[in-house]
Design a protein. Structure first.
Length: 195
């Protein structure tokens, strides 16, 4: 049973292409299925860590794969939205998030190659939560566009307002701040606690 946390993590990576494929269907069933798959993948992010701790199955591989899976799911979905709906996921925001996440991934890979582990700082998990919640909200609104009457009208009103951009700007700020925290922590040679 000790393999279950890593199985969930790998599953999060594997489901990302299907989320993207469904996003491009431009149908209610496709948008709804993309939303459901994304929510399940987001939930797995919580459960793989919890199971690893409860089963005492924490491993170096798991500590590396977990943030990697988060980045693949989040960045993949952001890129898909930037292609399809740049009004709610403009490229400037996606690029800033990608630069931070890929930069930290590069640092993590370098640390691993030197036999060290870059532990996830607590605020980085908060950053991931904000990213996931934003994406779930947008995917929900994109699905709701296909529903009848006032639901579709309300979803379109929110999507066309400044609300998504304002929330995304907050997500970008938090994302960049956590990246800065990693870099400052490394410069001061302080051990990094728990992306």
């Amino acid at each position: 049973m000790r393999f279950v946390p890593n199985f969930l993590t790998i599953g999060r990576i594997a489901v990302t292409p299907f989320v993207l494929l469904l996003l491009f269907t431009d149908r209610l069933w496709g948008q709804g299925a993309a939303l459901i798959l994304f929510v399940l993948a987001a939930i797995s992010d919580y459960w793989d860590g919890r199971l690893a701790r409860s089963m005492d199955a924490d491993s170096r591989l798991g500590r590396f794969l977990d943030p990697m899976a988060d980045k693949i799911l989040v960045l993949g979905t952001f890129v898909g939205l930037a292609v399809l709906h740049p009004e709610v996921a403009p490229w400037w925001a996606v690029v800033l998030i990608a630069v931070r996440d890929l930069g930290i991934t590069g640092i993590r890979i370098r640390q691993e190659s030197q036999g060290r582990t870059l532990r996830t700082i607590p605020m980085a998990k908060t950053k991931t939560t904000f990213q996931l919640v934003y994406l779930i909200g947008i995917l929900t609104l994109l699905t709701a566009r296909y529903l009848p009457g006032i639901v579709a009208q309300g979803a379109l009103w929110v999507l066309q307002s400044m609300i998504p951009i304002a929330l995304l700007a907050a997500v970008v700020v938090i994302t960049l701040y956590t990246g800065w925290r990693y870099i400052i922590g490394m410069q001061h040679e302080r051990p990094l606690k728990n992306n």
